[in-house]
Write a protein that binds this ligand. Sequence first.
Ligand code: FCB
Length: 461
Amino acid sequence: MPMRFPEGFEWGVAAAAYQIEGAADADGRGPSIWDTFAQTPQRVFHGHTGARACDHFHRFAEDADLIAGLGARAYRLSVSWPRVLPEGTGKVNEAGLGFYDRLVDALLARGVTPWITLFHWDMPQAVFDRGGWLNRASADWFAEFAAVMADRLGDRVKHWFTINEPQVFLGLGHAGGEHAPGMRYALPEVLRACHHVLLAHGRAVSAIRAQGKQARVGWAPHGSIRYPLTVEPADVEAARRATLGIPAGDDWYFNTSWYADPALLGYYPEEGIVRFGSLLPTGFEDDYAAIHQPLDFFGVNIYQGHPTRADEAGNAVEQPRPPGYPHTMFHWPVEPEVLYWGPKFLHERYRLPIYITENGCAAMDWVHADGAVHDAPRVDYLCRHLLALRRAIADGADVRGYFHWSILDNFEWAEGYRMRFGLVYVDYATLERIPKDSYRWYQQVIRTNGACLPENPAPLR
Ligand code: FCB
């Protein structure tokens, strides 16, 4: 008897505004920090920008057809804050807001449920110019934007995510300088920006709920998963603690609990307080109540992880991968186990239904001599990750949906158009869309609710 996913499992695809919309100057949209960053020499691969991207802004109906044609019931999209509020706050740009009206209606007309992310990194330049996340008022400005969106779309949109991957836009954008706004702030500033992001998240949740009782709200942080190489209890326990702990060193911001504990449990984790306490904004505890708003689900983006084993003291030690081990074009190792252990560890701690809000494979796909795009590695990546997820669910993890990243090839931030993540190939010269083999393969998975997945995949090596 082939194993299916649970009845009603939400099969979806994802994308984000700046990565696909283009039309950067259309209808009164204001600039975002990603426009500025991408126009700055040496920041993005070959000087690529999102100015045109996939021109989804003008081709959304065709893209909605592609999503519906896949059989996907859900589409995770993000809203461009500067398209709606060119100054970040204050005057609403009706024409910009109108785009999301049309997009939402196009999706609903095709039986696709929109799941909206409010912040997928494209902060209005005007907000950054007023201090960005370092300015405590950014939390109120973001809540204002959330209220505008919920007010306008709340009659049709029930599913919301506040922010996408605070770890990445804070870590790479505010500490490492590789992403917009390209800053390398010192630790106290990064912690302050982070605190305001959490406050913005909490205030946005309240703003969305104030607009409608039916709203279901979550967020979509990055999942930094340490997973055990064996099922020995010591290895599992070490991996769990490492997944939920804060790594030593400069890359501490790639963790879960520093963000998720205040949002979902109501306080920063003790381990972080011990380490950063004196550097935190004064009176940070007074914001706990505003940050800690009930959520309906825990979205998480998981692409890769760290295989570990416990040492004699019970600490997780990362294990080397064998030479020649498969990696995607991002040099991310292919580790389907992350979709087994990740949801399990996160659900145990935060007790919310889990949605995989992103997972996918970077590759250099091209149009083959027969006119088709044969992306066998993506098919295999997807297959293995879904098998792991199905096993996690069978073993009790409460996972309700999966959004593949991405429906279309798109602007991959600092990597520009160098690598492709889509189920649909985009010819950036003509903007033609060509569904890849993976599109048809995922279509089958959705149609059979996972029953077509193989039972015994050959191990990766
Ligand atoms: C995530 C981002 C998403 C996409 C994927 C590949 O970190 O949320 O926009 O770029 O990585």
